[in-house]
Design a protein around this ligand. Structure first.
Ligand code: NAD
Length: 463
């Protein structure tokens, strides 16, 4: 769908703001008919899913994410605003496409880009308040990290690709710990990939380990990363500031297979969009030194997954604890056992976080909010789910899941004096329920209603 979004473009379902609109963003926001916006989802279209630079086609993402705010979290749709910041595209095919609706030039970068984002953040907060949530979605790697650290303490904002992913993956790990009966700090984790998803997940894992009593330095030492140049080690080339935190003293290694054999991790997490990266050898090795190896193939879409659910369960003789980014069908092994792979979908996290943040009018979203959400999500997994291989509650219960997450986030926010809604609601769940959008009509039947005399249209419809 994102590849073809603008070919189905009929009416605008969000705001397109271009880099040439600098100086006018406040007045553009005035054009949006709704006045009470609680959540904005924004992209610049540069890294849409695993599909790359899709320019204005990227608008499908904020529209879709905010639809999930309503469908999965119960956020009233009129309070949600999707935004596409059009700074051009480096996608040559789109630039040549006569039907492309975006700016027809290469991406503007540097000072002009930064000024656009600065003005946008200020304009949104001026118009809708400092507690208006701004979710960053599908920005390219360098901008994603940079903008998150620039704005996280100034505005009510988070980056879903980094922090939402982190929470859903850590929730899966926390559920897995209930199967392995171990603590997070007992684990050694190797990531395939060292981008937005890997960094976010690693940061939250390290926080969970710190909560168990490990120091920051000790916790970081338990996490290893392999990127396109090989294992990240001290002294290696091409180490960004983020990667340096996970560079440990170790001989250089070119590939994941060698790293796994040498480091003997208890968990491997794939977030590099390299299909099949968890080879049969790697999975068998994991099963040889772990009673219950944790294998998360999180890359999307399904075609990019590091391994399939079937490969994981088959090569580990059903001992693998598996989660994926995209859905996989249940797997029945020749011995008759059936496993239902968990899907670590961010939709388990961001609607609940959005609901919780807006329900108590938070002005900053700290990393602890995401750890709270991850813990709350893991707690909702039942023993029966775990026995069947599921690390997440069924997606059919997502509204209830989001509600519980939101209530936990509110508890955390009031406990830590971060909430600005006063007075503090005594029953958080009831408060969240009361602000949710309801699709149910009040008790109403056509026959019982006293139609006004002049209401001919409805009367004739009735006939
Ligand atoms: P990113 O571009 O920020 O990072 C990709 C990383 O992969 C980079 O560090 C890169 O060096 C590394 N890489 C590329 N080729 C490699 C190779 N051959 N070997 C090892 N590493 C290699 O992207 P991202 O936002 O981190 O997303 C990565 C993947 O994770 C995507 O497929 C995305 O869909 C998926 N993802 C899943 C979820 C989820 O399941 N909930 C959430 C977010 C992202």
């Amino acid at each position: 769908m994102p590849l073809k979004f603008v070919y189905f473009f009929v009416i605008s379902r969000g705001l397109f703001i271009t880099v040439h609109d600098r100086g006018h963003i406040a007045s553009i926001l005035q054009n949006w008919p709704e006045k009470d916006i609680k959540a904005v989802c924004v992209t610049d279209g540069e890294r849409i899913l695993g599909l790359g630079d899709l320019g204005c086609h990227g608008m499908g993402i904020p529209v879709g994410k905010l639809a999930l705010y309503t469908a999965c979290g119960g956020m009233p749709p009129q309070q949600c605003l999707p935004v596409m910041l059009d700074v051009g595209t480096d996608n040559e095919a789109l630039l040549k496409d006569p039907l492309y609706i975006g700016l027809r030039h290469k991406r503007v970068r540097g000072q002009a880009y930064d000024e656009l984002i600065d003005e946008f953040m200020k304009a949104v907060s001026d118009r809708y308040g400092m507690d208006c949530l701004i979710q960053f979605e599908d920005f390219a790697n360098t901008n994603a990290f940079r903008l998150l650290s620039k704005y996280r303490n100034k505005y009510c904002t988070f980056n879903d690709d980094i922090q939402g992913t982190a929470a859903v993956a850590v929730a899966g790990l926390l559920a897995a710990l209930r199967i392995t009966k171990s603590k997070m700090s007992n684990h050694t984790i190797v990531f395939q990939g060292a981008g937005e998803a890997a960094m976010g997940i690693a940061e939250l894992i390290s926080m969970a380990m710190e909560k168990e009593g490990l120091s920051k330095t000790e916790s970081l030492k338990k996490i290893w990363m392999v990127d396109s140049k090989g294992l990240i080690v001290k002294g290696r080339d091409h180490l960004t500031h983020e990667k340096q935190r996970f560079a440990h003293e170790h001989p250089q290694m070119k590939n994941l297979e060698d790293a796994v054999r040498d480091l003997k991790p208890t968990a491997i997490i794939g977030v590099a969009a390299v299909a099949g990266a968890f080879s049969e050898q790697i999975i068998r090795d994991m099963a040889s030194f772990n009673q219950r190896p944790i294998i998360f193939a999180l890359s999307n879409p399904t075609s990019k997954a590091e391994c399939t659910a079937e490969q994981c369960y088959t090569f580990t003789e059903g001992r693998g604890i598996f989660a994926s980014g995209s859905p996989f069908d249940a797997v029945t092994l020749p011995d008759g056992r059936t496993f239902y792979p968990g899907q670590g979908n961010n939709a388990y996290i961001f609607p609940g976080v959005g609901l919780g943040v807006t329900a108590c009018a938070l002005r900053n979203i700290t990393e602890d909010v995401f750890l709270t959400a991850a813990e709350a999500l893991a707690d909702l997994v039942t023993e029966k789910d775990l026995a069947e291989g599921r690390l997440y509650p069924p997606l059919s219960s997502i509204r209830e899941v989001s509600l519980k997450l939101a209530a936990k986030i509110m508890d955390y926010a009031y406990d830590h004096k971060m909430a600005t809604l006063r007075p503090e609601p005594s029953d958080k769940e009831a408060h969240v329920r009361s602000i949710c959008y309801s699709t149910d009509y009040d008790d109403f039947t056509v026959d019982s209603y006293q139609w006004p005399e002049d209401c001919m249209t409805v009367q004739s419809c009735k006939l």
